[in-house]
Design a protein around this ligand. Structure first.
Ligand SMILES: O=P(O)(O)OC[C@H]1O[C@H](O)[C@H](O)[C@@H](O)[C@@H]1O
Length: 427
């Protein structure tokens, strides 16, 4: 379902990396002998997840969905980006669905929070609050505010049916609070870190409430798991991608990778990818800075920089989708004042695909910017599950190639400590 095309990348895997090194790291991942191996629960998750819990989630999600018109998903980082990535990629602007999903707790903006609380005054809303640690400040504040509002609007008893928490099985303030107040909880497994957790209740439960077919997402992930588990060397496409970006970074001197999609509805997917790669690899003074662009949108802003700005700093990784969720025809117009009739023999997706060809040529051959092309078969639920698993395996390989632990994020604590000190948080 994903092919890595290195035709435009100026990388020769056979010459620039030893297949033996890839095989060694693959064995380290599979045998769980590398640094951070306690957090490899995602590796077998598509076959190991608890179907009983998933059936219970389906039931609760159905009940909640029947009661609300708006779902507030509270969470930050790995506790929200994957859900929103799937929601936007799969549902997008599909307002025919009965539940609108709004995200909170990923910001401390007072303006956003105030606007949200006002917007919810006339809504029948429910809350899914997600936090692995159960102690993160942003979702904590958002939950305190919105829980209060929900209780005021619908009463204490109703709150027990309108609020669900996804958190650690035993520890953290959120778990204590949910148990004390009688809110339903679902579990984030101990051995799966936040940014690897979208296929656990973290992403799956809110997506169920949103009406997304999560069985298909998990089918896609299982497909990826099965296929990639058989390929221990550079025949594995996730490893090809990891190796190519590693070579561009460490041997050709590139410092940044921009993930580019021509699908507007993959914008949040690129945000999810940024956390996955940024937190997994940005350690010990190493790794590429992960950034992203949406084309053709950003060709009209950053396109100039990409074409002619500083060279040898950034390369692009382009997602090319073969089959979109839907396609549109450009209509014929008898007057043709806008002079677009020449496009009416093509669909919008065909035009978008031709744009990719033109841009690749401009950026690679004229602009001398390497491009890795990721060929995605389609853009549906199955594909979402597949690509999540695929990128997770790729980042594990990629971080181990850099000799960093893919599964911790010690640097994130530095700002938090400062902030808590300044805020006078009790020890
Ligand atoms: O799920 P939580 O414990 O609330 O954490 C949410 C996020 O915040 C932290 O600061 C971490 O750096 C992220 O990896 C994590 O995804």
């Amino acid at each position: 379902m994903i092919k890595v095309n290195l035709e435009y990348a100026s990388v020769d895997l056979a010459k620039e990396i030893k297949d033996g090194d890839i095989q060694k790291i693959d064995a380290m991942i599979r045998n769980k002998t590398g640094e951070g191996a306690d957090f490899l629960g995602w590796l077998d998750w598509p076959k190991n997840y608890d179907t009983k819990e998933f059936n219970a989630m389906k039931k609760v999600a159905k009940q909640l969905r029947a009661k609300i018109d708006t779902l507030i998903v509270i969470g930050i980082g790995g506790s929200y980006l994957g859900t929103r990535a799937a929601d936007e990629m799969l549902r997008g602007l599909n307002h025919t669905d009965k539940v609108e999903v709004i995200y909170a707790g990923h910001t401390m903006s007072s303006t956003y929070t105030d606007q949200l609380t006002k917007y919810l005054k006339n809504k029948k809303f429910g809350i899914v609050v997600v936090s692995k640690s159960g102690t993160t400040t942003e979702p904590g504040i958002a939950f305190r505010l919105l829980e209060n509002q929900l209780i005021q609007q619908f009463g204490l008893e109703a709150a027990k049916e309108l609020i669900v928490a996804v958190t650690d099985k035993a520890k953290g303030a959120l778990k204590t609070l949910a148990d004390q107040k009688g809110y339903q909880t679902f579990v984030i497994p101990d051995d799966i870190g936040g940014r690897f957790s979208v296929l656990t209740p973290v992403g799956i439960f809110p997506l169920m409430v949103a009406g997304v077919n999560t069985d298909k997402i998990l089918d896609g992930a299982k497909k990826a798991m099965k296929k990639l588990a058989k390929q221990h060397d550079l025949s594995n496409s996730a490893y090809q991608y990891a190796a190519a970006r590693y070579i561009l970074n460490t041997k050709h001197g590139y410092k940044m990778e921009a993930l580019v999609s021509y699908e507007l509805q993959m914008q949040l997917l690129t945000e999810w990818w940024k956390q996955l790669f940024g937190e997994s690899e940005g350690k010990n003074g190493k790794s590429l800075f992960p950034t992203s662009m949406i084309f053709s949108t950003d060709l009209h802003s950053l396109g100039q920089w990409v074409q002619e700005g500083t060279r040898k700093v950034m390369f692009e990784t382009v997602i090319r989708v073969a089959k979109p969720l839907a396609d549109v025809k450009v209509p014929k117009d008898k007057d043709n004042f806008d002079e677009l009739n020449y496009l009416t023999t093509k669909t919008l997706h065909e035009i978008n695909s031709i744009a990719i060809e033109g841009v690749l040529d401009a950026h690679v051959n004229v602009g001398k910017m390497p491009n890795i092309v990721l060929e995605f078969e389609k853009m549906n639920e199955e594909m979402f599950g597949y690509l999540v698993y695929w990128f997770e395996l790729a980042v594990a390989m990629s971080a181990y190639l850099l000799e960093v632990n893919p599964f911790n994020q010690p640097g994130v604590e530095v700002y938090k400590k400062n902030m808590f000190k300044l805020l006078g948080k009790p020890e």
